[in-house]
Write a protein that binds this ligand. Sequence first.
Ligand code: GLN
Length: 551
Amino acid sequence: MAKYIFITGGVVSALGKGIASAAMGALLESRGFKVTLQKLDPYINVDPGTLSPFQHGEVFVTDDGAETDLDLGHYERFTSVRALQRNNFTTGRIYNNVIMKERRGDYLGDTVQVVPHITDEIKAAIKSVADANDVVLVEIGGTIGDIESLPFLEAIRQMRYDVGRENVLYAHLTLVPFIKTAGELKTKPTQHSVKELRAIGIQPDILLCRTEFPFSEESRRKIALHCNVEPDSVIRALDVDSIYEVPLVYRAEGLDEQIIRKLGLPAPPSDVRDWEALVERLKNPVDSVRIALVGKYVGLKDSYKSLYESLVHGGIANQVSVDVQWVDAEDIERDGPERVLAEVDGVLVPGGFGSRGSEGKITAIRYAREKKVPFFGICLGMQLAVVEYLRNVCGMAEANSTEFDENTPYPVIYLMERWYDFRRKAVQERSKASDMGGTMRLGAYPCVLVPETFAYNLYGQKDIEERHRHRYEFNNSFRKVLQDNGLVISGMSPDGELVEIIEIRDHPWFLGCQFHPEFKSRPRNPHPLFRGFIHAALKSRNVLLSMTDAE
Ligand code: GLN
């Protein structure tokens, strides 16, 4: 039977509960346990798909097409978990399920209440991911003290009685702040946070204390005493330069030992050599590259979480550090591309929705194409690269995506009315009238690569599968004119209907893909396209450097 670890957060938000959970999962995997991770989010939205990236950060897409919380991205990057819809439940989804059951009459006339109906639904959601896993790690969103998370906390409190004391462990992430004026680390906020947890019936077994400086054994004992936790279970979660150091920091503090002991698990030796090698590479870059990320949501870095991490992974693969310059596409519209792009080694235009900044992105793409700066376009970035090519190479100046100009005479990116959906194995029909969410192509789709292309050479295989999240597609009526003018289509759906990857020749590296490769890149297994892009950026930088040397 699976054992459960519930991770809650206290004191303040943004302590990195997602990374803490993921790192714990990684440590358990390093001992050979089979784990899974789940996130319970206390907001009312049924999923984060409709939330503004400005508010909530990136929407992480799973193979089964679920739009989920970005913490699932951390789970996948740190462990071998392949998340699905059921790895993320929101309050909205839980209530939605309960209300549907009530309408169907499933409760046989009972008064439907938070306890037991909502809490039962939450517990069923938690148990739905257990499968054959040894350990299920469940992260509760929000901070202790929020009204919203109470039903989740009540449900996890009950779980200990449902599945047995020895099968459940509560870990609580808190902050031990350093107060400059006093020159001291303060344990009081942690004490208060644990007090609040205990008031709702949860006694944490393990405390993960985020801290800027390693605190003394005395502080450790003090926290332990006041919080009713064993001193060895007070873990110093020291601030680190890279999130990928977290598993090693936890291990050095004996976190996995504590978990194993408390859950009565066997204790196979741990093997973290891959994590050590990864951190070694990260910390000793032999060079660096500068990449401009030209987007719309650059004010909130969380909006491009997976993308940023994938660039870091591309850096790891080439043993270089990646300096990401966050460029607001509207700045390019205002100031032109030279000012912000002249100094960079690569230009990346990521996914996005809505017309704001789209012309700035097109200008950036043109600059990268003409000045032969390595370019990587993802989803919207690929669509705009096609628009730019049709406009400036094929001479159809009014080309556009119908997302931005419904009346363009050259709708090279448009809503495809009929297409075969390889994931659902059915023909899909859609139009502007169909509802917003329903028309999105979401989740993992197969793609066949064309030999002797950048893409094929990087992946080293013909058949790949990547995750999607978009409505608009490449319009095949423009395929010929684009190809006649040198655009290479290097990846397509198995029936050849959907264009998935485009490239151009006579350029160090210019590639756009309709899918989001960033959802599948891992620090221990960097994605081939990011590896290739960073490699190209590094190469073109060195070419430029040798040219200036020669001058
Ligand atoms: N807005 C575009 C579409 O819906 C691109 C979406 C994206 O970049 N994720 O097709």
